[in-house]
Design a binder for this molecule. Sequence first.
Ligand SMILES: Nc1ncnc2c1ncn2[C@@H]1O[C@H](COP(=O)(O)OP(=O)(O)OP(=O)(O)O)[C@@H](O)[C@H]1O
Length: 557
Amino acid sequence: MNNYSIRRVLRDLMIYKKRLYLVSMAIIGSSIVAMIGPYIIGLAVDAITHRDLSLILDFGIIYIIIYIINYAFERLRTYNMTYISQGFIMNLRNREFERLQYVPLGYYTYRKAGEIISRITNDGEAMSDFLTFQMPQVLAGVIGIIFSMAIMLYLDWNLALYSFIVIPLLLITVFSISGKIRNYYNETRIKIARLTGFASESINGISSIKEFGSEQRFIDEFSVKNYENYLANIRANRLGSIFSSLVDIIQALGIIIVIGVGATQVINHTIQIGLLVSFIVYVQSFFNPLAQLSQFYNSYQSSKVAIKRIYSIIDEEQDDNKYKYKIEDFGSEIKFENVSFSYGSKLALKNINFSLKRGEKLAIIGKTGAGKSTLINLLLRFYRPESGEIKIDNININDVDIYSYRSLFGVILQEPLLFNGSIMDNIKFNGNYTDDDVINLIKRFNLEGIFSEKDLYENVGENGHGLSQGQRQAVSILRAMIRNPEIVIMDEATSQLDPETEEIIQNAIRSVNKTFIVIAHHLSTILDSDQAILLENGEIKSTGTPEHVLKINGLLD
Ligand SMILES: Nc1ncnc2c1ncn2[C@@H]1O[C@H](COP(=O)(O)OP(=O)(O)OP(=O)(O)O)[C@@H](O)[C@H]1O
């Protein structure tokens, strides 16, 4: 983590000041206890050599008390640290999600949804592992070692220095192998991500796979990916077990050195046997935290990347909603004045000029990729024009409160986004409507044939796949119309309905007598418009009455 990220993490952690204070106390407390424990064992051994039973009993009781205190400190540390880290991560996730709701739509153009979702989930987990387990454990262990080294030096500096010989050896082993282990474990993560990605793609696309008879090809590809994952895991685990054997060997070496040097001192009567036993226990206690350092380092590396990515989402610029006007209703006119727009360097609309009066019906026509949806996206202020202005009742829409502005529109899409829940929930979606409002609307639009009252409480399934395409469009229409919008935008909105139902709905929508913008694909829908715009390569090729536009472009005989 760079200094800036560390400062930010610390600042964000400061709301848990009290708990952090308790954790620090617990770490220092358990380090002191860890320092005293082996010394007491040594004293007990000396008591045995002096055959002093009452002293042995005393030391036994002291040791038990120390053990209990140590346990209490560890509980205190893990209990509070769990609260701190989980609270910290919950907070970050909320901030990330909030920002993702407010970023401009362009943010999502070149980013994969899966990647954004994995950032919210996995990056949080990486931080959680580091903060909840690795950092407090290693911190407590390393402080414990420092305290133990101090008391060892105090008790017998000569034997202490011999005991420390293995520490550099252990550190060299940890850091020379840990890089490789880290790479191998990264490899396993990449392989399993590929495997799950492939499995999810195949399951989502199962009907296409069956249609093309490609089952065997997918089975083969899956087993290749599965085998790669298997190999990566074997490689990582093999190195992992070599590492732990090396640590065991170094630990044995450390103990042999202490016994060798210590035994000579005991025989020479320079130290008592109890002290030697204490030193053996001290040396052993060095190993777990030091061997864990490599895991700690891995976890630190991943959380470093994670926190950078988390903050980069939180810091993403949001689509601001600084406005001068709130808008109550649509008065007279929407106007595009010399509007141009590009996605990156790709020009999508050029010098668009037109106006739409209240109560009029406008048809936008043009080939695939001509810019029809882009024009609607700009009108809804999902994107802002690069140059030119879009005005409503002579006010630039950039100066209008976006919520009041968008509430004027009812957008009916060909493929609406449906959320998991009932049809009723999906129609009400974002308003305080009653069930009766929905039922009355269905009656008004003569859609009882599509949804019976009972159907309304059925679950729509993942992405609405429990519904037919026509039913999905009907939900989209009802969802838009229940808001009683001033301006209705329709994009091939009734194409999936049977002709009879399509006519019923068209009539019902028209009877509302609102302002309409229709992205039209059938001549029939164009002809009853007041005005048509023909787009070609992002420019208005012709405009006027639908007959005029169709005629001069040779689309109408
Ligand atoms: N999010 C985007 N990022 C980059 N380019 C885009 C994006 N959306 C559209 N485009 C490009 O802008 C141009 C206009 O696209 P648009 O979707 O407005 O066309 P359209 O007329 O609505 O087409 P269709 O009838 O197929 O829906 C196309 O060249 C398209 O490739």
